[in-house]
Design a protein around this ligand. Structure first.
Ligand SMILES: NC(=O)c1ccc[n+]([C@@H]2O[C@H](COP(=O)([O-])OP(=O)(O)OC[C@H]3O[C@@H](n4cnc5c(N)ncnc54)[C@H](O)[C@@H]3O)[C@@H](O)[C@H]2O)c1
Length: 321
């Protein structure tokens, strides 16, 4: 399992929303992709849809010139899951998020695939260790979690299960990089990192609606115009270090009084503040940012936010919202 040179032929099982986008990315980067779905007709319809969509993306400058033709040349529709995976070096599983269905499909994939084929599941939240029980050689199995829409979201989470061979993880990482994406290795806990955070935000947003404190429209406007705006550039720890962790700690105290345990000050935050690490203002926070880099980081931030504001103004409001 040396390098992505060993991967030329791939398969995507489940050619819907996510599988379709993953297939477009693989095919546009020169990999042969066989689509497998409930039957050959469904796979063939997906192939036609993905090529048509790629032509539209290319016409609008979202895909490079020639990408649609490359995709058309590399994408085939298989008559069955077995036919799709039989010659594949890498297989992406993207059937619906139902544990029993995924288990059954993974059993079929691993029975039909080459023994050396790497199998990556796009599950959103099911532990990889649980799904690995349905793969006959779990060493070659891992989570490769793309976000939607797959062609345009830069990051992909890589989640090794308890038995994943480190070489398989390295190979998957190399493949994701070769596809122009940014891989992040994360632990095998339900929801991994992205969805655990995303669903925590969604739950609190739904609670605000249920409390009658704001409408979904109001919440969306606040999020996308305030702290969500920043998240396109920085994660919560960089943002916290820039804001000042003493401010975070005292805000949690107020929130805990109102909403209870779920807003208790995180222990690790208390410990960090107690040690005098308040973020950029004290030179140290959660992140190991060299104090010498502080002026450049703040200048980068201000420039990036201003440019992002201009981009949003250029794009205009999202239709229907
Ligand atoms: N939709 C998202 O935003 C998103 C984001 C990240 C990850 N995911 C995950 O990706 C996976 C796929 O989600 P999706 O949104 O693309 O679903 P989808 O419904 O759009 O696509 C699922 C595809 O699987 C096919 N399928 C269903 N049963 C099958 C079977 N028995 N054999 C073969 N193919 C079968 C369907 O025909 C369809 O083409 C899920 O695990 C989901 O959690 C989804």
């Amino acid at each position: 399992m040396a390098s992505t040179d060993t991967i030329t032929t791939t398969a995507v099982v489940g050619s819907g929303y996510m599988g379709g986008g993953i297939a477009q990315v693989l095919a546009s980067h020169g990999y042969k992709v066989a689509l497998g779905d409930v039957d050959g007709d469904t796979a063939e319809r997906a192939r036609a849809r993905l090529i048509e969509q790629a032509r539209g993306f290319e016409a609008h400058g979202l895909f490079p010139d020639g990408a649609a033709q490359t995709i058309e040349g590399n994408l085939t529709a298989a008559g069955s899951i077995e036919e799709a995976v039989v010659a594949a070096d890498y297989i992406a599983e993207a059937v619906p998020e139902e544990p029993a269905l995924k288990a059954a499909i993974l059993r079929r994939i691993s029975a039909a695939a080459l023994p050396r084929a790497v199998i990556g599941t796009n599950t959103s939240a099911i532990p990889i260790g649980e799904l690995a029980q349905s793969v006959d050689t779990p060493e070659r199995f891992l989570g490769v979690h793309w976000m939607n829409p797959a062609p345009f979201i830069p990051g992909v989470e890589l989640i090794p299960g308890p038995d994943t061979d480190p070489d398989v993880l390295n190979l998957a990482e190399e493949l994701i990089r070769a596809l122009g994406k940014t891989p992040a290795r994360v632990a095998d806990t339900p929801g991994f990192v992205a969805n655990r955070l995303q669903f925590a935000l969604y739950k609190e947003a739904a609670q605000i609606v249920d409390d009658g404190a704001a409408t979904p429209e109001q919440i969306d406007a606040v999020v996308s115009n305030t702290f969500g705006f920043r998240l396109a550039l920085f994660g919560p720890f960089a943002i916290g270090d820039m804001a000042g962790l003493d401010v975070y700690e005292s805000s949690y105290r107020t929130l805990e009084k109102a909403y209870g345990e779920r807003f208790a000050v995180p222990e690790t935050l208390t410990a960090t503040v107690k040690n005098g690490n308040l973020g950029l203002k004290s030179g140290q926070g959660f992140l190991d940012i060299d104090p010498a880099d502080r002026p450049a980081l703040l200048a980068y931030r201000d420039n990036a936010y201003a440019r992002l504001s201009h981009l949003r103004a250029q794009l205009g409001a999202a239709p229907g919202l």
